[in-house]
Structures are given as structure tokens and as C-alpha cells.
Ligand binder design. Structure first.
Ligand code: SF4
Length: 143
């Protein structure tokens, strides 16, 4: 499973992609399930940037942190959790064992995410759910 933005899909919050030639080269010949949890949840492109507040993805699932729009402070936690569950559904359907996801995203980050505007160690909401279900999540920055 791979973050769709890394494959060239213009699904980021700012309407752009994060196409990575390094990722595309590493995936050559492999079966790939593209996923953008935020768009899968029904959020639009573009959409306001969201930060985690009160913790990281693991804390969101524990009910101790939220996903909140940076400017308007609209709470998007349920949208992000819905997207994460859809990613997990797809992973199960296609017997995914490894996910290669975009670093620093509040959904897909696996080593670092923004919390209250500050980059810190931790993982995003989708990554936390996939890892809880024993799916290995690696960062595009690890390639
Ligand atoms: S990082 Fe994840 S949620 Fe964000 S645009 Fe890429 S695939 Fe979608």
C-alpha cells in the first residue's frame, strides 16, 4: 500500500502531488494499492491543512488528541479516522503487509508529524491504525 500522493496523484491538501521518482523506482514490478485516506474520507482537494493537537496518531485513537484545521480550528478527527479505517479495509482486502506512506502527514506520517504546528516524533492517524493491525509502515524518507 502506498500514499497516492507519492505516486503522482494530486491529492494533497494544497492540490498538489508529492510524486517521488525514488518511490516509483523502488516500486517497479511490485503490486501496489494506492490510498489517500483523507480524500477517501470525503474531504475535498484542496482542503485546509490539519495539525494534530494534544498528541499524535496513537493518542487520537486513545481519545486524547484531535485532528484540527490549522486556521479555522474545525475538528476533522472523525474524517481522518474514517479515512484510516478505509485504508485498513483496503489493506485487508488486498492482503497488504507493508505500507509505504508519506512522512510528516497527520494521516500518513510514520516517524514525524506536526503537533500544534511543531514537527515532533510520532505517527499519523492512519499509520497508527495500520500498525495496531500488524501492518508494517515505512516512510518514503527511509528509501
Ligand atoms: S500524505 Fe496521505 S493523506 Fe496526505 S495527500 Fe498523501 S496520501 Fe493523502
Amino acid at each position: 500500500m502506498v500514499s497516492a500522493c507519492l505516486l503522482g496523484e494530486a491529492c494533497r491538501y494544497d492540490g498538489r502531488s508529492q510524486r517521488s521518482e525514488r518511490v516509483l523506482a523502488a516500486l517497479e514490478g511490485k503490486a501496489v494499492v494506492p490510498i489517500c485516506p483523507e480524500v477517501a474520507s470525503g474531504l475535498p482537494i484542496p482542503r485546509p491543512p490539519v495539525d494534530l493537537r494534544g498528541g499524535t496518531g496513537v493518542d487520537v485513537w486513545a481519545g486524547q488528541a484531535r485532528a484540527v484545521e490549522r486556521e479555522a480550528r474545525t475538528d476533522r478527527t472523525e474524517d481522518f479516522q474514517r479515512g484510516a479505517r478505509l485504508a485498513l479495509d483496503a489493506a485487508r482486502r488486498f492482503d497488504v503487509t507493508v505500507a509505504l506512506l508519506k512522512e510528516k502527514s497527520p494521516s500518513c506520517g510514520s516517524q514525524r508529524v506536526y503537533e500544534s504546528g511543531v514537527l515532533r516524533s510520532g505517527e499519523g492517524i492512519t499509520t497508527a491504525l495500520l500498525r495496531a493491525e500488524d501492518i508494517t509502515v515505512v516512510s518514503d524518507e527511509e528509501l
